[in-house]
Design a protein around this ligand. Sequence first.
Ligand SMILES: [Zn+2]
Ligand SMILES: [Zn+2]
Ligand SMILES: [Zn+2]
Ligand SMILES: [Zn+2]
Length: 337
Amino acid sequence: MSAIRFVIPSPEDIFMKWLDTLSDSKFRDFFVQRGARIGRNQVSPAENIEDIRRHAIILAFIKVKVQGRLEERRVRVSQLKKIEFYDYEVLKSVPIFKTIAKVSCEACSGTGVIKCARCDGTGKRKCSYCGGTGHIKCPECDGKGTIEISIKVWTSKDKKEKKKINVICPKCHGTGKIICRECHGVGKVPCSDCGGSGKISCSKCEGHGHLIRFKVGVIGSREKTMRYIAPKMLLKSKLLKQSLEHLSRVGFLKLTNILEIDQEKISKIIGYELENLKEAQRELSSLLDKLRKNMKVVSVSIRLYPVIELKIKTIKNKKALIAGIGSADNFVVVQLS
Ligand SMILES: [Zn+2]
Ligand SMILES: [Zn+2]
Ligand SMILES: [Zn+2]
Ligand SMILES: [Zn+2]
């Protein structure tokens, strides 16, 4: 690169080129005083250029390749709300909306429910009141099946005794047992964990029966070239608006590395210092750092368009701001104000 020379257009050349583009009435308006007769070749650039500013528009073409594969993720339905999906081409790794799919939950085979562990899926548990027998000891006869009643018996002329005899218990009818009132004789009660259904909601899939699968990665083509303009402050400028369409036709300095966007190196090549190079280099290098996190930067190609802005002030005190963009042998002139 050190051997390269790049000649930028001189302020005089830019001025003359601009002069050529003026209509006759514009020309008169700018330069011809009442009663005077002067032609375009009689106007001196030096006398009308009040100030010169040199800077550059930098166009960087960055070719990137997406590395790695799309990564698959699985989440529960309730987790979906917390994820931000993307549905347009974006060169960073993102959850991709179009890849969302349902996958059957393995824990519950897609049913959303699993067997209740407490009742082993039966929906019932042994009644603790009767120990699962369905009956309890009769409280009336304490399980004997008979009760004693005392009767009065005269055992002699003047003696009355109480005698006890056994009769069958009227509550249990002699069995000694009565039906358990907790389980109504069944010996089992509904399981409180599953409400008697024998099934509980699957916690792996929250009862949906499925999980959500999606892919994370870069959306769009795997290799592409992106174009950036630096410094960024130019993006909304009149200069860029007016010159963008010409950039493909004018001369530029080709660089292959952002390190070459260097004040000193560039001034050696073109013979002048350009403003804003530091800013442009800083912007592009932070952009590359960001890109490299998600993809491989295949190549960088940089076009540096010198911009020579001239502040014009004519003998009639008319002002204009013009800019020459490109190389000495191939440049355009745009009028900015
Ligand atoms: Zn499940
Ligand atoms: Zn249960
Ligand atoms: Zn009884
Ligand atoms: Zn019971």
